[in-house]
Design a protein around this ligand. Structure first.
Ligand SMILES: CC(C)(COP(=O)(O)OP(=O)(O)OC[C@H]1O[C@@H](n2cnc3c(N)ncnc32)[C@H](O)[C@@H]1OP(=O)(O)O)[C@@H](O)C(=O)NCCC(=O)NCCS
Length: 108
């Protein structure tokens, strides 16, 4: 959920993701991200956040979250916390703090 004093709306987090080092840089991670985002779009999700490499995720359309008014409930480097609109304009006029599910917090 992305929560602010005035609103609360749903978003989905891309995580955790990893490819075994021996298999990295063969396009596997990219295919996982693209397929996952497509599935999310098909399911009607509109907003995806990711905490990850700032040079990797922009290729999928992710942009820094902070300028969009989205922050993370954890202390994270600004450039590593990114957001993607699966529906154009989904974030227009909205903002807040991303609150993760308890299951996600157990993975970090
Ligand atoms: C990030 C990760 C999942 C990418 O998987 P992958 O199968 O190697 O990805 P792809 O082959 O589709 O893409 C490779 C690209 O990722 C980039 N990349 C891989 N690791 C990177 C890193 N740590 N920082 C920046 N870019 C990285 C490579 O530079 C490469 O870019 P290029 O296509 O311009 O050469 C993999 O590196 C990984 O498991 N890393 C460790 C776990 C992790 O950090 N997960 C992300 C946390 S959400």
């Amino acid at each position: 959920m992305i929560e602010s004093e005035s609103s609360s709306f749903e978003a989905i987090a891309l995580a955790p993701m990893a490819v075994l080092p021996a298999y990295q840089r063969q396009g596997i991670g990219g295919q996982l991200v693209s397929a996952g985002l497509e599935e999310c779009r098909n399911l009607g999700h509109e907003i995806v956040v990711v905490l990850g490499h700032p040079t990797y995720y922009p290729r999928f359309g992710f942009v820094p979250a902070k300028p969009k008014g989205i922050s993370c409930e954890f202390e994270v480097p600004d450039e590593a916390f990114m957001v993607l609109e699966l529906r154009e304009g989904a974030l227009a006029g909205r903002g807040g703090i991303v609150k993760f599910q308890p299951e996600f917090k157990e993975t970090i």
